[in-house]
Design a protein around this ligand. Structure first.
Ligand SMILES: [Zn+2]
Length: 281
């Protein structure tokens, strides 16, 4: 006699009767045949490919997504062993102070491309960045995708940020980094007319998607060259400009600074880096 569902014999060897019953019961809850399961698996794999592939490509090509590369500062040629660490999207009341603490311990200065709206919300944090000798630059007021903006709106984004930074820190800004590094040729010209230089980066830590400080350090140490500009974030999640988890970024600083110092690198701010361009002494 056989079980109608499992096909297993009811006459089981001693000790396996219990197990046999459990198997039959389990199979009893499985109304789908193996073909149906295969179809479901194919469906999920297909969905993963449709969603995952563009996401992976976007991540891989993200740091090459600048619409205009001409006259944008990515890297400088210099005989000096120097690199500039840059931090976007802050200030953040949660993460910027921890990052500043790390820099204080390491005796290193960095450059912060701030969002005007965040400066307005957290002027004390912005002030601390300035007081501790770091450089502050312009990363728009609301972090929009500028390629869809009119030149008037672009100008407002930059000027409002300039004002917020000046009010909070008494500092002026001279470098502009467009959100996601997206900018049209016309917009870049407008930025130049406003006496700003557009700055991108050489190495992207991808700290907004990479949740491992060791990986970030390894990637940077392997690719770094003198005159590089390295991108980090002191705020922002995957789809927002605030919040996010920057634990790994905080951890990365200490490890990276130690490693790069051993390799003979010095850390400079962006304007210091540009002043060393092509200089032999
Ligand atoms: Zn940004």
């Amino acid at each position: 006699m056989t079980d109608p569902l499992s096909g297993a014999s009811k006459v089981l060897p001693s000790g396996s009767a219990q197990r046999g019953r459990r198997m039959s019961a389990f199979r009893g809850f499985s109304p789908l045949g193996s073909r149906a399961w295969r179809k479901i698996a194919i469906f999920f794999l297909g969905a993963l490919a449709i969603i995952g592939l563009p996401a992976a490509l976007f991540t891989v090509f993200f740091d090459q997504a600048v619409l205009v590369r001409r006259d944008v500062i990515y890297h400088i040629n210099t005989p000096h062993n120097v690199v500039a660490l840059t931090f976007d999207d802050g200030p953040s009341p949660e993460w910027t102070p921890r990052i500043l603490d790390e820099f204080k311990k390491a005796g290193v200065k960095a450059t912060f491309f701030m969002i005007g709206d965040h400066v307005k919300k957290y002027p004390d944090v912005a002030r601390r960045v300035a007081e501790e000798g770091h450089e502050i630059e312009n990363h728009t007021y609301s972090h929009p995708t500028l390629v869809f903006y009119t030149l008037d709106k672009l100008e407002r984004e930059v000027r409002d940020t300039e004002r917020a930074i000046r009010d909070a820190t008494h500092r002026s800004t001279q470098y502009f980094r467009p959100p996601k590094a997206w900018l049209t040729a016309t917009e870049k010209k407008k930025i130049e007319e406003m006496r700003y230089k557009t700055v991108s980066w050489t190495l992207n830590s991808k700290d907004w998607v990479t949740f491992d400080d060791k990986y970030m350090v390894k990637y940077i140490v392997r690719h770094v060259r003198s005159g590089d500009i390295i991108l980090f974030h002191d705020s922002g999640g995957l789809f927002s400009t605030e919040g996010g988890d920057r634990h790994e970024t905080v951890k990365t600083i200490q490890r990276l600074v130690e490693k790069l110092k051993k390799m003979g690198y010095q850390f400079v701010t962006l304007s210091e880096l540009l002043s060393l361009e092509g200089h032999d002494t």
